[in-house]
Write a protein that binds this ligand. Structure first.
Ligand code: ADP
Ligand code: MG
Ligand code: MG
Length: 915
């Protein structure tokens, strides 16, 4: 850490690119609260801009000033060296604050105390540091006691300061202070810190200072301005704390934004029974219901409420205790919600009956709440439908599509806590965040159980199915973080006895360990032993209403990838406008069908092969009938067989082992070998002969069907017969037959001939002349995209198979990449995003654009779609909307996400055109 005096080598001279939030033209690095407003978020941070805005519109806030994010960025770039003049500017603003308040920082009489608060551009609740009561010392504590006539409050503030300053600035482990506090409470035989006397608190302060001295080897600085300088520096540094980094990664927040630092006059919620501190939301952040939602504690300060020091009281109770402050709070909440047109999350403090607001931000909410709030705000006339759509993060909708607890279950709960974040979570108990992160990353379903989560647990929460805590309320850290991530959470389940070291959880007479599984119902707060059955989620009224608005806005069609009738039914319920990809080979894998498929593959005469195919045909037809029925009136693209045939045969190693075992049996005379050995050997040699060095690039897709046209013929017959059968029942099947892995126009020309001849033969035999069907192709090879003009001569539609197209364009195999180098590439920033999750715009995206353009030049009525998993990814959808494909197709549960993302792509585009 450096002082202003040696800051000559600040970032201004390093020649580095300009910081992400460039300083304003006048170069100022500090702003008074009265100079800020909500529009200055990128410079003042969300907290600073929010407090300034409250002041501007007449909501009561403490006075103060804000050090800009630009100052933090400059200090980071300077390796911790502050930019020129920063300290002088801070001091000038402090001088002005002292004049306005008529107080002097740390003075012996009527001291000014301040908070030094982090505040980033994008809210990162609890991830960075804040120091309260700065300016307090032995002498100013006495002054504060004299002024207030309340020595208890003065010493309580002092001990809190030593603890926070010690932790944040000097890096003293927080536990060291907690242990001393607990020890003192034990000695005094009291449970709450509010039960400690003045003398206890004096003693505790001295103890805390000793703890800090022993840990750091020196006394805490006593000069208040020096403390301020170091506190600002520590808040800058907290931008790079591990938990802040994890949070940014989880939320896609850039690392180079930096944090602002807000220096504000302290207001005191710890002045006895007429003072309080609390947190409230203008609507319920779990459900979206319009109600007074929040918690408070009398005689408390700062994070006491969210940290679960004492169990907080529900907001409505404040009305009886502090009626005037309560009424003011209600009107401020109303005012702020109308001002921002959205649900707000608010911090407040009541000092001796007077209300102050300390923070306002857009409230983090569950997806269910997001939909309800958006819908209600439209109904209340606060926002329009388009704005409502902009408010909902498409990726968040995913949460609503997770399985829920079967409402008919009859299990008896072990216990109940607060229903802090809705949804069902099933997992094995894990007692610490690191283990949760580790096991979660390994694909295991775990439930993180903690006495209370802290911001440092964030990586564990992210990897767990759900969170269970013994302590803390609805606004506790665990609850807020879980809601933001859409994880079920049961908080404050008071009768949990947790022994984190022994890894046991005791509830009443039941002892559970990390070998046990529990089920959490975050919607009711119940905790059950074992894994309860889950059922698919239901589509709510809010959901269909808001997605209906999205449908009115979007241009892109949204289909689903569905291989079964059940999938197709589900997809249609979720709003799919057809099936973009039906993979027929999945139908071959079912255990009752696999033996027939193997007989077809292993047949050594045309007749026996045909016999096997004849057996498969009605089975396939039945599957197609189900899908056509579910999708009546909507298009269904059925893809002809794609994978290489050996995928349907046993694994070569397993088969060799079987042969060896049988041979050994024959040698030992146990078996005469006539029965099993010979067929096993025959199968092994067939598997060996079919093995390919690189099956992904081998005999698959259209290559396979051109070699064995009879498979394509059988599949075409099954498709057309299914359509005829469904039509005979008065339904309206819309058939699309899709040829996979075409690289040459000639491949498609030949395959199309086979398909058309077969289909027409079937239609003629049925005497049907008006059943239209279309034949098209997947585009999943770069050559196909580049020669799309020629291929389009034989295609009624293109469907870009962007999974394979990504593999073949980048030249990586997904299965090999994801577990190994791709993870490293992402970590190192060699690639900006996983190209299998989000379409590689410059490479694969350009091929899609080329394919669409060239295809349309040949056939202006060519229909184009995308059926890779990218079809459910919001960023890819934005890109595909601009490229101009007709539709995307994704898994059924991604369909709502795609509908909303497609609408948002339109809105973004309209905004771009306006700009
Ligand atoms: P976070 O980003 O973790 O919410 P804050 O900067 O909001 O951190 O501060 C932590 C706690 O201290 C909050 O409860 C806040 O309301 C309280 N606090 C901050 N500044 C003041 C102040 N000037 N007077 C009283 N309480 C304050
Ligand atoms: Mg806060
Ligand atoms: Mg493919």
């Amino acid at each position: 850490m450096t002082t202003h005096a040696d800051s000559r080598t600040g970032s201004a001279t390093t020649g580095a690119p300009p910081p992400a939030s460039a300083p304003p033209a006048d170069g100022r690095l500090v702003y008074d609260l009265s100079e800020g407003n909500a529009g200055m978020r990128s410079l003042l941070g969300g907290k600073g801009a929010g407090v300034a805005e409250m002041r501007r519109i007449g909501v009561p806030v403490p006075d103060g000033f804000t050090v800009t994010t630009a100052a933090c960025v400059a200090a980071m770039r300077g390796g911790g060296t502050w930019p020129d003049g920063l300290w002088d500017e801070i001091q000038a603003h402090l001088d002005a604050l002292e004049r306005r308040t008529g107080r002097v920082l740390g003075a012996a009489e009527r001291p000014l105390l301040v908070s030094v608060r982090s505040g980033a551009v994008f809210s990162m609740p609890g991830m960075m540091d804040t120091i309260l009561n700065l300016g307090i010392s032995e002498q100013s504590a006495a002054g504060l006691a004299a002024e207030s006539g309340d020595p208890r409050f003065a010493w309580d503030s002092y001990r809190r300061f030593v603890q926070m300053y010690g932790e944040v600035v000097e890096g003293v482990p927080g536990q060291a202070f907690e242990d001393e506090l607990t020890a003192l409470k034990d000695r005094r035989g009291v449970r709450q810190d509010t039960d400690l006397t003045v003398d206890d608190l004096r003693e505790l302060t001295a103890t805390f200072r000793r703890v800090a001295r022993e840990s750091t080897g020196h006394d805490l600085p006593t000069e208040p301005r020096e403390q301020l300088r170091r506190a600002v520096d520590a808040v800058f540094a907290s931008w790079d704390s591990p938990r802040a980094q994890v949070y940014r990664r989880l939320n896609d927040i850039p690392d180079d934004l930096g944090t602002a630092v807000n220096v504000m006059q302290m207001v005191f919620g710890n002045k006895g029974g007429t003072s309080a501190t609390g947190v409230c939301f203008t609507r319920n952040p779990a459900t979206g219901t319009k109600e007074r939602y929040g918690e408070f504690l009398l005689d408390a300060q700062g994070e006491d409420v969210v940290a679960g020091i004492r169990t907080p009281r529900r907001l409505p109770e404040l009305e009886t205790v502090l009626p005037e402050a309560y009424a003011r709070l209600m009107s401020a909440m109303d005012r702020l919600e109308r001002h921002y047109g959205d649900m707000q999350d608010i911090e407040f403090t009541v000092e001796d009956g007077t209300l102050y607001l300390l923070q306002v931000r857009t409230g983090k909410r569950t997806a269910a709440a997001a939909l309800k709030v958006a819908r209600d705000l439209v109904a209340e006339g606060l926002i329009d439908k388009e704005e409502a759509l902009r408010r909902i993060d498409p990726a968040q909708l995913d949460q609503l599509l997770h399985p829920a607890l079967d409402p008919d279950h009859t299990a008896t709960p072990l216990t109940h806590g607060l229903n802090a974040s809705p949804g069902a979570a099933v997992g094995r108990l894990v007692f610490d965040a690191d283990t949760a992160a580790e096991q979660g990353a390994a694909g295991q379903a775990v439930v993180l159980v903690r006495w209370e989560t802290t911001p440092d647990d964030i990586h564990g929460v992210a990897a767990a199915q759900g969170v269970l805590t013994a302590h803390g309320g609805m606004t506790s850290h665990a609850a807020v973080v879980a809601r933001g991530m859409g994880k079920p959470c049961v908080a404050g389940a008071g009768d949990l006895r947790i022994d984190a070291d022994a890894r046991t959880l005791t509830i009443g007479g039941t002892v559970l360990t990390d070998a046990d599984t529990v089920t959490l119902d975050g919607t009711t707060g119940a905790v059950y032993p074992g894994a309860l059955p889950l059922v698919p989620p239901r589509v709510t009224d809010d959901f269909s209403t808001v997605l209906g608005w999205a449908d009115d806005v979007r241009r892109l069609g949204v289909r689903a990838n569905a291989d079964t009738g059940a999938d197709a039914v589900r997809a249609r319920e979720l709003g799919a406008e057809g099936v973009g990809l039906c993979r027929t080979e999945h139908m071959f894998m079912a255990t009752d069908r696999l033996p027939v498929v193997r007989r077809m593959i292993l047949a050594d005469t045309a007749a026996s092969r045909q016999a096997a195919l004849d057996e498969l045909l009605p089975v396939q037809q039945a599957d197609f009938e189900e899908i056509f029925t579910a999708m009546t009136g909507l298009p269904v693209a059925v893809r002809l067989i794609d994978p290489p045939l050996h995928e349907f045969l046993p694994d070569v190693v397993e088969q060799s082992l079987l042969v060896q075992r049988l041979e050994a049996g024959v040698e030992a005379g146990v078996d005469d070998g006539a029965g099993e050995l010979e067929p096993a050997r025959a199968l092994l040699s067939r598997i060996t002969s079919m093995a390919e060095a690189n099956p992904m690039l081998g005999t698959r897709g259209v290559r396979l069907t051109l070699l064995h046209p009879e498979i394509g013929v059988m599949q075409t017959r099954a498709i057309v017969r299914a359509a005829l059968a469904v039509r005979a029942r008065g339904l309206d099947p819309r058939v699309e037959i899709m040829v996979p892995l075409v690289g040459y126009a000639e491949e498609l020309r030949r395959m199309r001939e086979i398909v058309v001849a077969t289909a027409d033969e079937e239609l003629a035999a049925a005497g049907v002349t008006d059943l239209a069907y279309r034949v098209g192709t997947m585009i999943e090879l770069p050559r196909a995209a580049l020669t799309a003009g020629e291929i389009a001569e034989h295609a009624d539609f293109f469907s870009f198979g962007t999974n394979d197209l990504t593999q073949t364009t980048i030249g990586v195999s997904r299965d090999d990449a994801e577990g190994s180098f791709l993870a490293a590439y992402l970590e190192e920033g060699i690639v900006p995003a996983d190209p299998f999750a989000s379409l590689d715009a410059d490479g694969v995206g350009e091929l899609v654009r080329t394919g669409v353009e060239r295809g349309l030049r040949t056939r202006p009525d060519l229909e184009t779609g995308v059926c890779g998993e990218h079809g459910g990814d919001p960023a890819s959808i934005t890109l595909l909307d601009r490229i101009g494909v007709d539709y995307v197709s994704c898994s059924p549960y991604r369909v709502p996400v795609a509908r909303l993302a497609a609408a948002r792509a339109r809105l973004d585009d309209a905004a771009r055109d306006d700009a």
